[in-house]
Design a protein around this ligand. Sequence first.
Ligand SMILES: [Fe+2]
Length: 457
Amino acid sequence: MSIDDVNAPVAASNPYLEGNMAPVPDEITVENLPVTGEIPEQLDGRWLRNGPNPIDTSGDPAHWFVGDGMVHGVRIRGGRAEWYRNRWVRSESVAAHLGTEVPPGDDGRGGPNTSVGAFAGSIWAMVEAGGRPARLTDELETIAYDDFGGTLPNGFTAHPKYDRDTGELHAVCYSYPDVADHVQYMVVGPDATVTKLVEVPVADMPMIHDMSLTASKAIVYDLPVTVDIEMAMQGASFPMKWNPDHGARVGLLDRGADTADDIVWVDVPLSYVFHPLNAYDTDDGKVVLDICRYDKMFDLDLLGPVGDSTPTLDRWTVDPATRTVHTERIDDRGHEFPIVSGRYSNTRHRFGYTSSIGANGSDEETWFSGTNKIDFDSGAVTVHDHGPGRGGAEPLFIPRDGGTAEDDGWLMVLVYDQGANSSDLVLLDAQDISGPEVARISLPRRVPNGFHGAWVS
Ligand SMILES: [Fe+2]
């Protein structure tokens, strides 16, 4: 796909509007969902999931990443799935289409479409590249856009990192086109105000989707997907393009630093990373980054992330003393949407979980396929095959109350069934991932392939 194609009229051949990438047309609420198996009694909360669901696809093909956000949710309590509902995150354009009010604080950038999670007593829908987060009710209605009480200088990110010890969020944020020559490392306190802001100089306006946090450091991924001026001038909806001339490096910033003067940059292999699985400090002063790594991104496919390369699971061990990186391939099959147990985030983990991407599973057409458990001690990868034509999206890990083993808990996985054109919410036993499902909640309609979710208990 060339630059010209980005602006070509008619979205008829946009693969990001076909199959389970296609948006659903409306908002519904359905109570008492069918369940097979047993939902553990412990589970009392909401499964939430955000993703693009463009409300108007009549114009030029837009990049998948800019579609209007829609949050899907399932209320689980007492072994029952009480309801499913889906709601667009209200924005100016969504409100205009639906004839509803524009929420206070709307920044005109569209509804956050990338992640959803709970912090400081609210549910937040989040996005990168300059957008503000939006606060939602427990029933997924948009309350307001929020710039953290006026303390957020520009946009936020979809991937803040939670520090269990301090109750803070740490984030690396970029804001196109408002901030041209640096990205912002920030800390958000438990009261949802920005308590620290460090400007980190970077060139070319790189797309920095995620960050890593360790006990001592914040890690900035400065990788070769950057704003393409020609695309920007042509009005491309998301003018980010593969730019190998930019180089690839990670920046190690001490969490206590007030400026980026002493950030340590280390060159890494030319590649792109949307998502680290986890990161931690080693006893000898290095930083381990487990990542899903692409050889290229937004080089030929300029409408979404699927067409250029398949992400592998790699480990980068970065030594700030020598400014070198040791790279290892953990698994060369396709892995994305990596997670660890929240009890092990930012510290050394043994287990991780991912979605299989591409040919690593039952059906390439679903994009997602199996759900993986990785044992980083042994290198073993165990796959839960969801069956023919069934693909599992980002898994969530829910620890069992009173459990002490790292993997004692459940994986909650949204599964799309291509044959039935329907979606289920599936629970797996994380200690027996290849075993049978613990429970399956049948959703009343398919949930399009999207991005990130959360279990909010
Ligand atoms: Fe992401």
